[in-house]
Write a protein of this length. Sequence first.
Length: 70
Amino acid sequence: AQAVVIYSQPVAETLDNRLFVGLMVISIAAMYGGVFIRQKVPTQLFRKLILVILLMLAVFLLVTSLTKMF
């Protein structure tokens, strides 16, 4: 049973790292997408929507990093 716990821990860590990298890529893509949409679609609704999405991503990243520490 102990061997399973030792083995499953690095797997969980690599999955967590993949999730983190994925979120970073999504947030960078969202920022570039926000710049693109701002140029093409100059409406306040889209800007607010993108801002909300980025804020949610930032909060999610903060929460996941905090839960990782404790």
